[in-house]
Ligand binder design. Structure first.
Ligand SMILES: Cc1cc2nc3c(=O)[nH]c(=O)nc-3n(C[C@H](O)[C@H](O)[C@H](O)COP(=O)(O)OP(=O)(O)OC[C@H]3O[C@@H](n4cnc5c(N)ncnc54)[C@H](O)[C@@H]3O)c2cc1C
Length: 426
């Protein structure tokens, strides 16, 4: 551990994390567990309970475990699997969205999953509640919206909208898809990559009590399903210990999203018109959707996750479309690798070497998740020419494409990170 040059005291670099979403809290929990001093600055007045369901695959569960084994165990107590035994190992059951769900057709359904996979989802609010319980009082400062970041060779200065300025040894930007730290890291070198890009899809989403979902969908509620049609699909899955059903309708959009990257209000009639041809039972779910079109944006190209002593984690680095339900999991994996590296940093001047190693290990994988998630979303909407509307080929393809995400050997990344860091700084 580094000794302060002036008074001989042991001093570890102090890390600031910007943003208390899933990514920011994950890295804060991991840093705390590893004894690295950290303060989280969050723009909102409190932890944000908004959001919907989050599905976590085996790689995300492993990341939770490596962040803090208790975190995984607490999450598992709150998580929700599929209701029926025959769907336990499936991420979803694929069906037609058309009237009658295609149940009278020769091909009527196909499971996507793996023998080693167990369906696991939670309400984002529940996941954040659990994460909060690992954060000591005083670690998160609320109503702290960063508006300016400047770094010198040996420090990072963060200025907040309330006029306060703090100086830290390292800044981890976990400030979400539109986060200002993206400009700090990329703005001068790759200005075109700062803004997120439209995925040409918007969504309608909502959560309804499982009793209502059962009344509408019968046996089709309670287990994760993805109903497909040309240019439009809907995914449903249970959350909140089976008390609620989460749903997301995806609508392909050939146009550009005009104006800001914000949701736009619409009428119920417009929603129904978008989903023409869907089974009436699926359209009933719209009674529980806010009449809002949420554009899906992502960061398909991020040429670097760091600049000096500032680095990016979670959506600000690699926001992904939801086609593989893998976005938050990548933020959790970031947290594992980055926290381990920061625990090895014994002098503030080695922070940027830690970030360089983090970038080299995490960026290729996380960016591949971004790219393939878009491809997967297109395929489910029958817009992948190689499989078209052939449902069995879609299911076969889906069953091939997730293993590299789910079965990733994260502990090997951690070991590699350590080896590379030690080689760089010694
Ligand atoms: C429809 C949909 C479905 C999804 N489903 C899944 C799924 O099933 N599985 C999965 O793994 N992922 C899923 N995702 C992705 C997942 O939701 C995100 O990857 C994850 O929530 C991102 O977390 P984050 O902490 O990086 O960012 P955020 O949650 O956006 O948090 C950023 C935080 O930073 C704060 N902040 C912003 N600017 C500043 C500032 N200047 N100063 C201080 N604080 C600031 C914000 O207030 C916020 O609290 C889905 C996404 C969508 C859109």
């Amino acid at each position: 551990m580094a000794r302060d040059a002036i008074n001989g005291q042991v001093r570890r670099p102090h890390v600031a994390v910007l943003g208390a979403g899933i990514g920011g809290l994950a890295v804060a929990i991991a840093l705390i567990k590893r004894g690295v001093p950290v303060t989280v600055y969050e723009a909102a007045e409190n932890f944000s309970p908004v959001g919907a369901g989050i599905g976590l695959g085996p790689n995300s569960l492993l990341a939770l475990d490596l962040i803090n084994p208790q975190l995984r165990s607490d999450y598992e107590k709150a998580s929700t699997g599929n209701e029926r035994v025959e769907f336990q190992n499936s991420v979803f059951d694929v069906m037609y969205a058309e009237e009658g769900f295609g149940e009278s057709k020769k091909w009527s359904r196909g499971l996507v999953g793996a023998p080693y996979f167990s369906r696991s989802s939670a309400h984002r609010k529940d996941l954040l509640e659990i994460m909060k319980s690992f954060i000591p009082d005083g670690t998160v400062e609320f109503s702290k919206c960063a508006e300016y970041v400047q770094q010198s060779e040996d420090a990072v200065e963060i200025r907040f909208k309330d006029g306060e300025t703090v100086i830290v040894d390292a800044l981890i930007g976990a400030d979400g898809i539109k986060g200002m730290t993206r400009r700090v890291v990329l703005g001068k070198r790759w200005p075109d990559e700062v803004a997120a890009k439209y995925c040409h899809t918007y969504i309608y989403r909502g959560i309804l009590p499982m009793s209502d979902a059962k009344a509408i969908l019968g046996d089709h509620a309670g287990d994760a399903k993805w109903f497909l049609a040309k240019d439009k699909t809907v995914a449903i899955y249970p959350i909140s210990k089976g008390r609620e059903e989460n749903f997301v309708f995806f609508v392909a959009d050939r146009n550009d999203w005009t104006g800001l990257q914000e949701a736009k209000s619409c009428s119920r009639e417009e929603m129904v018109a978008d989903l023409a041809g869907f089974d009436q039972r699926l359209l009933k779910l719209l009674d529980f959707a806010r009449p809002l079109r949420w554009p899906v944006y992502h960061h398909p190209d991020t040429p670097s996750y760091y600049n000096g002593r500032v680095c990016l984690l979670g959506d600000v680095a690699h926001a992904s479309s939801p086609g593989q339900a893998a976005g938050a999991g990548q933020g959790l994996e970031d947290a594992v690798v980055l926290a381990h590296l920061m625990s090895l940093v014994q002098a503030p001047e080695h922070v940027s070497s830690a970030f360089e190693v983090y970038d080299g290990i995490r960026r290729p994988r996380a960016q591949k998740v971004v790219r393939t998630s878009l491809e997967a979303g297109d395929m489910y909407a029958w817009n992948d020419a190689s499989v078209g509307a052939d449902m069995q080929r879609i299911v076969d393809n889906a069953n091939q494409r997730l293993h590299w995400i789910w079965q990733h050997p994260l502990p090997e990344d951690v070991q590699r990170a350590e080896n590379e860091f030690v080689r760089l700084v010694i």
